[in-house]
Design a protein around this ligand. Structure first.
Ligand SMILES: NC(=O)c1ccc[n+]([C@@H]2O[C@H](COP(=O)([O-])OP(=O)(O)OC[C@H]3O[C@@H](n4cnc5c(N)ncnc54)[C@H](OP(=O)(O)O)[C@@H]3O)[C@@H](O)[C@H]2O)c1
Length: 251
């Protein structure tokens, strides 16, 4: 059987799960690419490479020189640059590709969401509605909140922000999901949080805070996703596996 090569663009739990499952497909070599943002990524199956490719051209070159046959973009829905680059690169090298992206969370009738188009918009409107905020947008976009002096922030990220990032006043928690509903409720009550700022990431790993907010009557400033490339998509790891199997003609 001719060996086929799959490149998974990773950085999410789904990507790691997919890599583990795809590694069991006979005749398939699995490569996983990480941006290198987290200092200690969880365990990832397959051959892992770390760091940017150098834009669309760099990715095209990588796909060609490494003779990649299939690409699955399983990056985070807010990692939009790499997804646009991947869509352009696979078009150029003409290999089959799929995007694995969890559907956005849907607002429940008991949710008190204010939907905003960007993190910057969230920072702009926050002073009119919050005093104690749980800021759960990762560590890369904390700067827009740094000058909001009348608000206290509880920030949560996997790794610490880079030392030159201006930080809002408050407390930084370093933790990696998934988080339980019980723990999220405890956290919101302990720090007397009145508003959460979250990206609409979708998926189960970080959804408990949204349920906790609903149950405690806490507002959520929900940052919406920006446009994604018009490419073939699946919403779950199982869908990505079915696509792989259909492309490889195995089983
Ligand atoms: N943004 C979030 O909220 C978020 C949340 C959780 C996890 N992540 C993960 O963190 C990573 C970086 O996110 P981001 O928002 O900075 O992405 P981004 O804005 O889309 O990407 C910026 C640049 O980082 C490089 N890059 C991104 N993902 C890569 C990957 N999987 N492999 C190799 N290079 C990659 C690319 O550099 P070159 O142009 O040089 O190739 C890309 O142009 C992604 O892999 C994503 O899945 C992001």
């Amino acid at each position: 059987m001719m060996l086929k090569r799959l490149l998974i663009l990773g950085g999410t739990g789904d990507a790691s799960e997919l890599a583990a499952m795809a590694s069991n497909i006979p005749g398939l070599e699995v490569r996983v690419s990480l941006a290198g943002r987290t200092s200690q990524p969880g365990e990832v199956s397959g051959i892992v490479r770390i760091g940017g490719f150098g834009g669309i051209d760099g990715l095209v070159k990588y796909l060609q020189t490494e003779q990649i046959d299939l690409l699955i973009d399983a990056t985070h829905p807010f990692a939009s640059q790499i997804s646009w680059n991947a869509a352009a690169a696979v078009k150029e090298v003409k290999i089959p590709s799929l995007m694995l992206v969890r559907p956005a969370w849907e607002k429940d009738k008991n949710d008190n969401w204010i939907e905003v188009e960007s993190v910057e918009t969230a920072a702009n409107i926050l002073p009119s509605l919050a005093k104690r905020v749980f800021l759960t947008i990762g560590r890369q976009q904390l700067a827009p909140f740094a000058n909001l002096n009348n608000i206290w922030f509880l920030m949560r990220a996997i790794d610490p922000p880079s030392p030159d990032t201006p930080l809002p006043q408050g407390k930084l928690l370093l933790a990696r999901g998934p988080f339980s509903l019980e723990d999220e409720k405890k956290l919101l009550l302990e720090y007397d949080i009145d508003t959460i700022v979250s990206k609409n990431s979708g998926g189960g790993a970080t959804y408990a805070k949204i349920i906790a907010a609903r149950e405690l009557g806490i507002k959520v400033l929900m940052v919406q996703r920006s446009a994604m490339p018009e490419v073939k998509r699946t919403a779950c790891v199982e869908g990505a596996m079915a696509w792989l199997v259909s492309k490889l003609g195995v089983y």
